[in-house]
Design a protein around this ligand. Structure first.
Ligand SMILES: NC(=O)c1ccc[n+]([C@@H]2O[C@H](COP(=O)([O-])OP(=O)(O)OC[C@H]3O[C@@H](n4cnc5c(N)ncnc54)[C@H](O)[C@@H]3O)[C@@H](O)[C@H]2O)c1
Length: 387
């Protein structure tokens, strides 16, 4: 085996008290493929620099702003290989654009951008520049999600008929954005979050997961958005009926007010000859039911799983893996994709099927279509009930 230098990661956002930045830090370290060497972690430059130092980042790479990071890194011989963007949605585009223009690869949080216009521009920029833009659609990192994907692609449940996908959360069931919760505050501000509330924040995950596992392309949809918490500017509950290419139907539910659900991502795919079900709070299991057969539980780590699932697995069956490992699988895939491009070769299986800028663009287009549908005067489904 030859020495493989860990890729150098920079980070924007994810400072003290922030949520997803810490998950990126943990996940990127898990396989030794990345080392965090630079950051502009906070919207407040002084706080960001103090946080960077406390994370063990060298003082000369503890930056106040992302522009300082670009300036400080661009001419270094040991400059960062990629920068993770872990900031609120409306900042993704300007930060990603500045990084790409300066020649950096990017790992961007979802939704890719807050507006469709920005998403189109960013995807085009990624394509023209040849820079890598990975998008952290977390749920596509799970090995049993890959297992379902491989089995469905092989035709094991026949043609897919219906897809039920949901992402219910409960933490925004009251007006916490009016009581000082900063994370809820930007998520309920259309200028910072984008037009879709729950649908942009978590519906995008569900939409990506359904398409990733089934390979189906969405053709059209009709949506009903609701805002249950008084004074909230964006939806906190979304129901979307979907029609996929080839006639399959889908139903997507996202909710930020679903009491009793912490992160209840659930996917059920029903085909002509069987079904698969996966639930992120029990991510080590995939439930398979064949036509006229018994319900079977397929466990992560089993010998007969696909290579795609196996290479995203670290511990033997019975030693649970979860969210951090799934996120680490994305980071491992991003590292492999970047290395392959640098070395002028095709990525190995780990670096394939990772979410990229185009997947991010599709997610933003989905959110826009949902909001457009919900705001249209007469949605196609609004047939009065006579009795
Ligand atoms: N992949 C997932 O499963 C997942 C989960 C949660 C959040 N997210 C996404 O991650 C992003 C961040 O969400 P969060 O919940 O961690 O937010 P957060 O409010 O907890 O943290 C945002 C951080 O960004 C910093 N920041 C803001 N503007 C900045 C700037 N211009 N320069 C540097 N730092 C800046 C803030 O100071 C803070 O540290 C959002 O796009 C969100 O949709 C993804």
């Amino acid at each position: 085996m030859t020495y493989q230098r860990p890729l150098r990661l920079g980070m924007v956002g994810g400072g003290q008290g922030a949520y997803i930045g810490n998950i990126h830090r943990l996940a990127s370290r898990l396989d030794g493929a990345w080392t965090l060497v630079a950051g502009a972690f906070d919207v407040d430059p002084a706080k960001g620099q103090a946080f960077a130092l406390a994370q063990g980042i060298e003082a000369d790479r503890s930056y106040g702003t992302y522009l300082d990071l670009i300036e400080g890194e661009k001419d270094r011989a040991d400059r960062v290989d990629a920068v993770a963007i872990c900031t609120p949605n409306f900042t993704h585009y300007p930060i990603a654009k500045a990084l790409i223009d300066a020649g950096f690869d990017v790992i961007c949080e979802k939704p890719l951008t807050a507006t469709l216009e920005d998403a189109i521009a960013l995807e085009a920029l990624a394509a023209q520049s040849g820079r890598f833009v990975g998008v952290t659609y977390t749920y596509s990192g799970y090995p049993m999600v890959h297992e379902a994907r491989v089995r469905i692609a092989k035709g094991e449940i026949g043609k897919v008929r219906t897809v039920q996908v949901e992402y219910p959360l409960e933490w925004m069931a009251t007006a916490i954005e009016q009581q000082g919760n900063a994370q809820a505050a930007w998520r309920t501000d259309p200028k910072k979050n984008g037009r879709g509330g729950s649908i942009g924040d978590i519906g995008t995950h569900a939409y990506h997961l359904a398409g990733f596992v089934t390979g189906l392309k969405l053709e059209s949809l009709t949506a009903d958005l609701a805002t249950f918490v008084e004074g909230r500017a964006l939806d906190d509950n979304a129901h979307v009926m979907m029609r996929y290419e080839g006639g399959a139907r889908g139903l997507l539910w996202s909710s930020q007010v679903a009491l009793g659900n912490s992160n209840g991502v659930r996917l059920r795919v029903f085909g002509e000859t069987g079904s698969y079900q996966w639930f992120q709070e029990q991510p080590n299991e995939l439930v398979y039911t064949p036509l006229n057969g018994r319900v079977q539980i397929i466990k992560r780590g089993a010998d007969d799983l696909s290579e795609d699932a196996k290479l995203r697995t670290r511990t033997p069956p019975g030693h649970p893996e979860g969210y951090l490992e799934a996120f680490a699988n994305l980071y491992a895939g991003f590292a492999e994709a970047i290395r392959a491009r640098t070395e002028g070769r095709e990525p190995s299986a780990l670096g394939q099927n990772v979410p990229l800028a185009y997947d991010g663009l599709k997610g933003v287009a989905f959110v826009e279509a949902v909001v457009d549908s919900a705001q249209s005067d007469l949605p196609a489904w609004l047939t009065p009930v006579a009795v």
